[in-house]
Design a protein around this ligand. Structure first.
Ligand code: NAD
Length: 390
């Protein structure tokens, strides 16, 4: 629990937040106001060629802010991409970073900013508060509503040698400026909308049932759950529903605020292994095991899940906590079915199960403030269930 306590204790400078339609352009205007000469736009190749940056580029041009683009970020970014991005920042003489993308791009932008002022290898950042110097000023525009990376001081970087994801935790990774712009998210395909939305739901629920939850994180987590239950399937059905997109952007932000303080639980402990072994996208992996993990926790989470059920309007008068918890879990299953989320990780085999279980126990058991510890047999049951999923 050292990690949990450190997460609580780390200083957390709050970013300046812009939200609403057009807020990405408002954020881009700040670069000139703040006196930056040249900004490195960090993104991925799909988004770079999609036209999503057009409005931002137009604002930068209008205000005389020069820019260079690094679009080499891949999903689950590895350190070589961080080094390549930092090299572009250096050779192009940029004095700020503007990351526009999903969690992968935001995590990359955050570490590019820090690497520039703290030259080193991935091992030098692995852990908590390893960097000495503050990074280059960091501006972020999430294009997915899920990871909450825009409001966490975490950057998750893949190590190609060990095939593990390294969580770099440092308060200096907190972005200085964030724009939550639904207009930027309206083109997100249904599959990514569903997966990233379930990621946000997992953050909120795991934070709410964590033993480290506090009154402040409870407010954020419950606000996120409420928004997600109301708007996620709406955004999935109707991608250009800007009210739903706006609500989901806020939900992911609130959920990120909550789990950034409390940390997560067994859902993430298992999902990270599915990402490592089967390359299952993070949100999909969380969605595959969220209801199963919650059901397996059993009575120790009934009261908390019953509270969430009441908040989202599930249940009938007279239902006890166990019944409400069960209905809350079923509602997540229903949401998963409605959004046609995959239930089985591609390529998962019986032979992968022991490794996944061992690493999930190591990760969740040592790092996360889980409501109760699960046995090897329980986690094996959850992972084996994925093999049988349709
Ligand atoms: P992602 O950033 O990997 O993006 C997935 C795909 O969606 C990419 O191909 C991308 O081009 C595409 N995409 C993104 N926005 C789009 C849009 N608006 N329209 C169309 N396509 C779009 O996915 P993600 O789920 O946002 O991020 C996952 C990463 O975030 C993982 O590496 C995970 O470990 C990390 N993560 C970080 C934190 C944190 O606190 N830093 C928390 C959770 C997860």
């Amino acid at each position: 629990f050292v990690v949990t306590w450190l997460l609580r204790l780390l200083p957390r400078p709050a970013p300046v937040l812009f939200s609403g339609i057009g807020s990405a352009n408002t954020l881009a205007e700040q670069l000139a106001i703040l006196g930056h000469n040249k900004v490195l736009i960090v993104t991925d190749s799909f988004l770079g060629g999609s036209g999503i940056l057009d409005g931002i580029k137009a604002v930068l041009d209008k205000n005389g802010t020069a820019y260079a683009i690094f679009d080499g970020v891949l999903p689950d970014p590895a350190f070589d991409q961080i080094q390549a991005g930092e090299a572009t920042l250096r050779t192009e003489n940029c004095d700020a970073v503007l990351a526009v993308g999903g969690g992968s791009v935001l995590d990359a932008g955050k570490l590019i900013s820090l690497l520039h002022t703290n030259p080193g290898k991935l091992e030098d950042f692995d852990g908590i508060q390893k960097a000495k110097n503050v990074g280059v000023p960091l501006f972020v525009v999430p294009t997915t509503a899920g990871t909450g990376s825009e409001i966490t001081y975490v950057s998750v970087i893949s190590d190609p040698d060990t095939h593990k994801k390294v969580p770099v935790i440092d308060s200096k990774l907190m972005p200085g400026y964030v724009a939550l712009d639904a207009d930027i998210m309206k083109g997100m395909p249904p599959g990514i909308t569903a997966a990233t939305g379930m990621d946000a739901l997992t953050h909120a629920v795991e934070s709410y049932v964590a033993t480290s939850s506090t009154p402040a994180t409870e407010v954020q987590a419950t606000a996120a759950v409420k928004l997600i239950f109301k708007y996620l399937t709406r955004a999935w059905h109707q991608g250009d529903d800007l009210e739903a997109r706006d609500a989901m952007a806020l939900a992911a932000f609130y959920a990120g605020s909550a789990f950034g303080r409390t940390s997560v639980g067994y859902v993430h402990g298992i999902a990270h292994q599915l990402g490592r072994v089967c390359h299952t996208p993070h949100g999909n992996a969380n969605a595959m095991v969220l209801p199963e993990v919650l059901a397996n926790y059993g009575a120790c989470v009934h009261e908390r899940l019953a509270q969430l059920a009441r908040i989202v309007g599930i249940g009938a008068p007279g239902d006890d906590d166990a019944a409400l918890a069960q209905q809350f879990i079923q509602a997540i299953v229903d949401m998963r079915v409605e959004m046609e989320l995959p239930l089985k990780p591609k390529g998962l085999t019986q032979g992968d199960v022991p490794d996944i279980v061992e690493e999930a126990i190591a990760e969740a058991g040592s790092l996360y403030p889980v409501p109760r510890y699960m046995s090897e047999a329980e986690i094996t049951g959850i992972v084996r269930g994925l093999l049988e999923a349709a």
